[in-house]
Design a protein around this ligand. Structure first.
Ligand SMILES: [Fe+2]
Ligand SMILES: [Fe+2]
Length: 310
């Protein structure tokens, strides 16, 4: 995997003229140099919020097996909770990228450790939500190349319902998709929608159906069972869940969290330290059409019950 040149909202498309240009989102026909991609499917793994040391351990333990078993071509992971449960540091980011993750998305906790600013500008393999206000450090999307030559766009957005009032994620996505088009500038477009409300994530999915390959929800740390391919060919899941310890309150030890709910007294949250799961979702995408062919949740390790074990 390598990053293709990119600054701010502008992707440098050195190879743009090489490809036939499609104008209508999913289903574009391709010719010429792009014909090498025809019929080629890609497997992408989206890993949910990696929470502290247990989450990082689960990643290291299970990711190689998942990649080998499913022939994964590209791995995205949300790393906003990777450093002790809140935020991410440069060392932790490098650990995750060295463990087989191709690029990292983040969310509302991205700036918790200010050291991350030192790599956010220069390292194209880590994103922050695109709809932070203009002037915010870092970048909100990137275009990457998988080992088999497909151009993969990744966009990181953050919701606004029950969250900080950032710029509109819907209009921000529209603006970017006008500039970086599926079938012309990228072969597949992937979105991490980091949001609290399921309604907002589903609304974004309806809004972008047919214009991106897949939308993965993150942030709640609870996996949902609504994975599906939408009418116009976009894969969607409201939340891929947490890569961390589920014997907890969304990753924090229950003992450390309970005073907040029982007495409203100030308390210091601490990351739970039990066995952890790797949680995420796999998609199979057609690199020629940009369509999602299939989507499936992925859960590895101890924590959540099997869906059929009743
Ligand atoms: Fe999170
Ligand atoms: Fe979050």
């Amino acid at each position: 995997m390598q990053a293709i040149g990119q600054t701010g909202l502008c992707v440098i498309l050195a190879q743009k003229s090489t490809y036939s240009i499609g104008e209508s989102g999913l289903g574009n026909q391709t010719t010429g140099a792009n014909s090498a991609r025809q019929g080629r499917s890609l497997v992408v793994l989206m890993i949910g919020d990696i929470f502290g040391k247990p989450g990082r351990r689960a990643l290291a333990r299970y990711l190689p097996e998942v990649k080998a078993t499913h022939g994964v071509d590209f791995v995205i992971a949300n790393g906003e909770n990777a450093a002790a449960g809140v935020g991410i540091t440069p060392d932790v980011a490098m650990d995750l990228l060295g463990a087989g993750v191709d690029m990292l998305t983040t969310g509302n906790h991205v700036w918790r450790h200010k050291e991350i600013l030192s790599i956010m500008e220069d390292n194209r393999r880590i994103l922050r939500p695109l709809n932070f206000p203009p002037g915010t450090p870092g970048r909100g999307y990137g275009v990457y190349q998988s080992t088999n030559g497909a151009r993969i766009g990744v966009m990181n957005l953050q919701g606004r319902v029950f969250m900080e009032a950032l710029d509109c994620p819907f209009r921000t996505a529209d603006q970017l998709l006008d500039q970086v088009r599926l079938g012309r500038d990228v072969d597949i477009w992937l979105v991490d929608m980091h949001a609290e409300a399921s309604s907002e994530k589903m609304a974004l999915a309806c809004h972008l159906d047919g214009r991106v390959t897949a939308i993965f929800g993150t942030h709640t740390h609870v996996p949902t069972a609504d994975h599906r391919v939408l009418r116009q060919g976009t894969g969607f899941i409201t939340d891929v869940g947490m890569t961390g310890c589920y014997d907890s309150v969304i990753g924090m030890s229950a003992v450390s969290v309970m005073p907040k709910f029982l007495t409203k007294m100030p308390t210091r949250f601490e990351a739970a330290m039990g066995d952890a799961m790797l949680c995420g979702a796999l998609i199979r995408a057609d690199a020629t059409t940009g369509r999602c062919l299939a989507i499936a949740p992925l859960r590895m390790g101890a924590g959540l019950a099997e869906s059929h074990s009743f």
